[in-house]
Design a protein around this ligand. Sequence first.
Ligand SMILES: NC(=O)C1=CN([C@@H]2O[C@H](COP(=O)(O)OP(=O)(O)OC[C@H]3O[C@@H](n4cnc5c(N)ncnc54)[C@H](OP(=O)(O)O)[C@@H]3O)[C@@H](O)[C@H]2O)C=CC1
Ligand SMILES: O=C(O)[C@@H]1CCC=N1
Length: 257
Amino acid sequence: MVRTSVIGCGNMGSALVTGLWKSGNHTVIACDLDSEALAAVADYSTETTEDISRAAEADVVFVAVKPDIVEAVLDELELSADQTLVSIAAGVPTEFVEAYTDADVVRIMPNLAAETRDMAAAATGDLSPAIRELLDDVGEFAEIQEAQMDIATAVNGSGPAFVFYLIDAMTQAGVAGGLDHEEAETLAAQTFKGAAETILRDDRSAEELIDAVCSPNGTTIEGMEVLWDSDADEAVADAVAAAERRSKELAADFDDA
Ligand SMILES: NC(=O)C1=CN([C@@H]2O[C@H](COP(=O)(O)OP(=O)(O)OC[C@H]3O[C@@H](n4cnc5c(N)ncnc54)[C@H](OP(=O)(O)O)[C@@H]3O)[C@@H](O)[C@H]2O)C=CC1
Ligand SMILES: O=C(O)[C@@H]1CCC=N1
């Protein structure tokens, strides 16, 4: 068992606590100042605490507070060279974190699907075998350069929100066509899940897979022609670019720090 802790058990921290716990390979100390946040993860943690020094006893310590709180947490956190600090905050450079700790520092951009162990994470830094195994325990990860963190933040960190939006758009269209909301949401969400599994496991490109769904003279080609004639791809690209831009703005706050 790897002794892990998560400082900050809000939306992202609680997803990490839950996923790590469900993997069965970790003990998890959940740390937050908010007792309601701790109560919400009590069933998925070995211990809940408001005391950061308890969280500092783990081998792998996640700092999962908002970017503007990271410095205050680092000030309090005392770790040694045989520990690993995993920073998940958007825009916070590895170098900034390293200046505050003796621990090895790994920066990752996780996403909310850690909760179901389907996380897509981008990771940068010197990843030990233990950290690689930990990331595998809660999903898939890609190793990237620190300079690529802003675009990864937009694609896989913010990405679930963009996908929820698209699933909801498909659901609303189904409801408008006469399905009830629950049926439509199940069909839309499972379709995203199945399509995602297919593109991950299949050697064919997105274009080839679209072609596989489009039966000659069938239904799909009619819908695809609407999408190809629309600016839907540009809207997605603009959303990613806006999130990337914000990540760079957050990072700029640490330039002189
Ligand atoms: N949400 C997401 O999908 C993703 C978030 N991230 C990153 O994760 C981090 C957290 O984001 P998110 O989960 O959305 O934010 P939340 O506000 O939901 O969670 C942060 C939690 O940290 C708690 N907290 C604040 N100060 C302390 C402290 N000193 N010690 C312990 N806990 C504290 C907060 O309590 P209180 O509310 O009482 O202040 C809150 O429960 C951010 O840096 C973000 O960039 C990365 C990828 C995805
Ligand atoms: O919106 C945010 O700032 C965080 C980082 C990526 C996802 N959520």
